[in-house]
Write a protein that binds this ligand. Structure first.
Ligand code: XMP
Ligand code: MG
Length: 182
């Protein structure tokens, strides 16, 4: 139990469901990367929890890199104009890059990121996301591994924040409207 539980209106995905799903995703990734070592590229901060649990669930060795980006634009809508806040520390040329995302909403951030990383000539590049909001997608991107498709509503927990809080919740839920003044 966490003090934050009281702010959650409904649990959408439980800790146990997350754990099980990560096991399934890891098994698929292990099979697909049978003779390779994926370089996990996590997008901060939201993907931090997913990345660390995924890396531990994989049987194959992997390496970890992090990048932080921010979308320019007003409010909560992503604009597709992205700024790099923290770039990768290492060259990804000839690496088998696996982008690790917490959530794909409009897809604009990821679409930009893919283009940016592809220009650095990795050997391969794939995407794994824990969550996706199919009804919010604005661009056509093929995502290789998806944990859960969820409705087009704002969620927090397991890395996802509202005003930097709730990332530490071990499950994913919907906030009570009163919390954000609704
Ligand atoms: P786009 O629209 O470019 O944006 O796919 C993806 C990024 O937007 C954030 N995001 C959320 N964060 N709860 C959150 O805490 C949500 O429901 C949500 N939807 C989008 C997130 O940073 C993601 O990487
Ligand atoms: Mg993110």
């Amino acid at each position: 139990m966490s003090e934050l539980d009281a702010d959650i209106e409904q649990t959408l995905i439980s800790t146990e469901q997350i754990r099980e799903k990560i096991g399934e995703l890891a098994a698929q990734i292990d099979a697909d990367y049978a003779d390779r070592e994926p370089m996990l590229v996590g997008v901060l901060k939201g993907a931090a929890m997913f990345m660390s649990d995924l890396a531990r669930a994989l049987e194959r060795p992997s390496t970890m890199e992090f990048m932080a980006v921010s979308s320019y634009g007003s409010g909560t809508q992503s604009s597709g104009v992205v700024r790099i806040l923290k770039d990768l520390d290492r060259d990804i040329a000839d690496q088998d890059v696996l982008i690790v995302e917490d959530i794909i909403d409009s897809g604009l951030t990821l679409s930009w990121l893919l283009k940016n990383l592809r220009s650095r000539h990795p050997r391969s590049i794939r995407i794994v996301t824990l969550l996706r909001k199919p009804d919010a997608l604005k661009v056509d991107i093929s995502v290789d591994y998806v944990g859960f498709d969820i409705p087009n509503e704002f969620v927090v927990g397991y890395g996802l924040d509202y005003a930097e809080r709730y990332r530490d919740l071990p499950y994913i839920g919907r906030l009570r409207p009163a919390v954000y003044g609704g």
